[in-house]
Design a binder for this molecule. Structure first.
Ligand code: NAD
Length: 258
């Protein structure tokens, strides 16, 4: 039976852990060949090895243009095309705005926004090429966050970056529509991954209290798991979403409805 991404080639940034890892595994299970990129080599290699022949790992710090170009070239060389770019890599930030020094400001925005811009730019020629051969188009997908659509205190830099991604999605959706490249974002609420540990101190005094508090704010009373985020990414990346572009999709158990 054909999978929902049969024959596609996807590159996923930050796929050595958490949400990116779940996306890589799901995309491969649906027939895609997957380029796993990360700065964490051991973790990235392990994800690719776990998937098998349909996956390959390349080190790529998405804040470095040259490495983004190399990752795209690697996808073309290894799998012959690039149909889907999932800009997923990012890093945490919590803290009071007034404590932010220049170094922290630049680092958080570089990892969560500038790297996303660089990787996108690097992939566009290959995505354009892919779109010419597929009536359903090529796909640019981003992991923003619920913090890309709303805000809470002490997440300023992260919120700026994630809102920036949503702005980029809307802008590129219009700019790239004539080239049949669809541009969408998923906006997950708090999901249990290694990054969550970094966010907890900004939210509550201890882990159990924080988890209880998260759950109490979710109408469906269920925290998403990485697989739930991967399922949303799969739909947007698949040809089933061929008329969907410019969307920032909350994956949040109903929080945006409140
Ligand atoms: N976990 C959540 O609650 C949550 C909610 C909303 C959005 N997100 C977003 O989801 C994405 C994935 O987060 P996660 O929770 O899976 O975190 P994670 O820490 O498990 O994974 C992030 C991965 O990105 C990699 N990475 C970091 N900097 C990089 C760089 N410069 N270049 C390439 N790779 C880099 C890390 O090595 C890591 O493997 C992030 O963009 C994050 O902001 C997470």
């Amino acid at each position: 039976m054909n999978g929902r991404l049969q024959g596609k080639v996807a590159l996923i940034t930050g796929a050595g852990s958490g949400l990116g890892k779940a996306v890589a595994q799901r995309f491969a299970a649906e027939g895609a060949r997957v380029v796993v990129t990360d700065i964490a080599d051991e973790a990235g290699r392990a994800v690719a090895a776990g998937i098998g022949e349909a996956a390959a790992f390349i080190h790529c710090d998405h804040t470095v243009s040259e490495q983004c170009n190399q990752a795209v070239a690697f996808a073309l060389d290894r799998f012959g095309a690039l149909d889907i770019l999932h800009n997923n890599a990012g890093g945490p930030f919590t803290g009071s705005f007034e404590t932010i020094d220049d170094e922290l400001m630049e680092r958080v925005l570089r990892v969560n926004l500038v790297g996303v811009l660089k990787m996108t730019r690097a992939a566009l020629p290959a995505l354009r090429q892919s779109a010419t051969g597929n009536p359903a188009g090529a796909c640019l997908l981003f992991t923003s966050s619920l913090q890309g659509l709303k805000a809470k205190p002490n997440f300023s830099l992260y919120t700026v970056a994630k809102h920036g991604i949503v702005g980029l999605v809307r802008s590129l959706a219009l700019e790239l529509a004539p080239q049949n490249i669809r541009v969408n974002a998923i906006c997950p609420t708090v999901t249990e991954t290694p990054m969550l540990q970094a966010f907890l101190p900004g939210m509550a005094n201890d882990r159990d209290e924080a988890m209880k508090r998260f759950r109490s704010t979710i109408p469906l009373a269920r925290m998403p798991e990485p697989e739930d985020i991967a399922a949303a990414a799969l739909f947007l990346a698949s040809d089933e979403a061929r008329v969907i572009t410019g969307v920032a999709l909350p994956v949040d158990g109903g929080q945006m409805a409140m």
